[in-house]
Design a protein around this ligand. Structure first.
Ligand SMILES: [Zn+2]
Length: 250
């Protein structure tokens, strides 16, 4: 029975390790979103500047298109003016040519304004570029190590799963089903607990002396009265070694 209890303890360790890896894998997408959000927040002002610059450029392009159209219009008005034969069309052509000139002058002012706005934004962008480049590099570095973590975790998960299946297959069927039943029922799935100093280390209840003696003998499967975990005993001389080997892997 002692050897079988050891198998159960090993299985328990494998399960804890599996759960830890799985929990970490599940937390990584959230971590990724946090990194990106943090960058977005820090880069917010910078992005606003880029938007300002891009909008100014877009407006300028729009005004330039409009100016070209107005020029075509003005040229047509000039031609009409030259070829007009009666006062009515002549006056209409003059009015149109004047209106077009005025519009062109307004558009030129607007274009200058947008050019200035774009330049001002661009200047500030250039000043802040080193800072943003550093932030971007920092974010990329964090994302890269996160991706590496995902792949090492995925590999570890696959390896541990295989290991766990092997362990489970080696257990006597009775223990196998007992273990599965208990770990499924208990929150956190820890089915095996050490009995130490006359108490269960999982639920902290004091164990009856007879029960403690039975656990110590390790000849049969003893289950905690309170939390229903399978109890095992580690002799004092092995405890320090056991403590190091059960320490959570980080
Ligand atoms: Zn207990």
């Amino acid at each position: 029975m002692k050897a079988e209890l050891e198998q159960l303890i090993a299985l328990q360790k494998a399960d804890i390790s599996l759960r830890r890896i799985r929990a970490e894998l599940e937390s990584l997408p959230r971590r990724r979103a946090e990194i990106e959000k943090e960058f977005d927040q820090r880069a917010f002002e910078f992005k606003a500047l880029e938007t300002q610059r891009d909008e100014a450029r877009a407006k300028r392009a729009q005004f330039e298109k409009e100016i070209a159209e107005t020029r075509t219009h003005a040229e047509k008005a000039e031609r009409d003016l030259m070829s007009s034969t009666n006062p009515k069309t002549y006056e209409a052509a003059i009015r149109e040519a004047d209106a077009a000139k005025k519009h062109i002058s307004e558009l030129e002012t607007k274009i200058l304004e947008q050019m200035e706005a774009a330049e001002t934004a661009e200047k500030t962008i250039a000043e802040r570029e080193p800072e943003i480049a550093r932030m971007r590099a920092e974010r990329d570095e964090q994302l890269k190590s996160l991706e590496e973590r995902v792949s090492t975790d995925a590999e570890a998960l696959a390896a541990r799963r295989e290991e766990r299946e092997r362990m489970l297959a080696n257990l006597p069927p009775v223990l196998k089903s007992m273990y599965s039943r208990i770990s499924a029922r208990i929150p956190g799935g820890v089915a095996v607990a050490e009995a130490r100093n006359n108490s269960c280390t999982a639920c902290f209840i004091t164990l009856r002396p007879q029960m403690m003696a039975d656990v110590r003998r390790g000849e049969e499967v003893i289950v905690c009265d309170n939390c229903a975990r399978i109890l095992y005993y580690v002799p004092a001389e092995q405890q320090s070694r056991q403590a190091t080997s059960t320490a959570p892997v980080s």
